[in-house]
Design a protein around this ligand. Sequence first.
Ligand SMILES: Nc1nc2c(c(=O)[nH]1)N[C@H]1C(S)=C(S)[C@@H](COP(=O)(O)O)O[C@H]1N2
Ligand SMILES: [Mo]
Length: 206
Amino acid sequence: MTARVDVRDRSAPLPPGQIETRKWPVLHYGVVPKVDPATWRFEVRGAVEHPFELAWDELLAMPQQETLCDMHCVTRWSRLDNAFEGVPVRAILERARPTTAATHALVHAEHGYTTNLPLADLDRAGNLLALRFGGEPLPPEHGGPVRLLVPHLYLWKSAKWVRGFELLEEDYPGFWEQNGYHMRGDPWQEERYGRPDPARMRRGPH
Ligand SMILES: Nc1nc2c(c(=O)[nH]1)N[C@H]1C(S)=C(S)[C@@H](COP(=O)(O)O)O[C@H]1N2
Ligand SMILES: [Mo]
């Protein structure tokens, strides 16, 4: 039986400044990548005791979970009551064992897309490497065959076509964060825009 985690926040109808949509808009930078399962690898590296790579069939062999969640996009649409299935991010982190110095993660995706978040926000029970949506394989335009799902933060943190986690000992801005989006992106706090430290951008991740 698949475990089910419900992370829908019903403390208010919607986070501030959001509008509900029944559609699921498609938003990303660049073209939808072609993903070949034969060469696909998910890489966990950086500040971890046990860096590793997962092949596609190894990912599919891991226990899966269903997450019921809402999605909030910084462009102000929210889509409520979504059912995703996939591999819990916690299972990946448990295998990698972040060091005690690890505080943040840089998420890597196809075409060099990155997004950063605090480790505490990555290490949450609802987060998935999402493989299915509404009982069907995740469509390529929404990040299929596999995307990150971090539903308690704005949707740009949920990297489509995800390929790895890099654990870091400090925060480092990802793609949209370098272009003005917030380093954390909590929709309930309306953390839409931010100002990353330019010194960090010059130094670069590990
Ligand atoms: N790889 C990748 N993932 C990405 C993006 C991107 O440009 N590339 N855009 C993000 C943004 S800004 C949003 S709003 C969501 C949109 O997800 P959706 O198209 O499934 O609605 O994907 C996020 N994940
Ligand atoms: Mo977005």
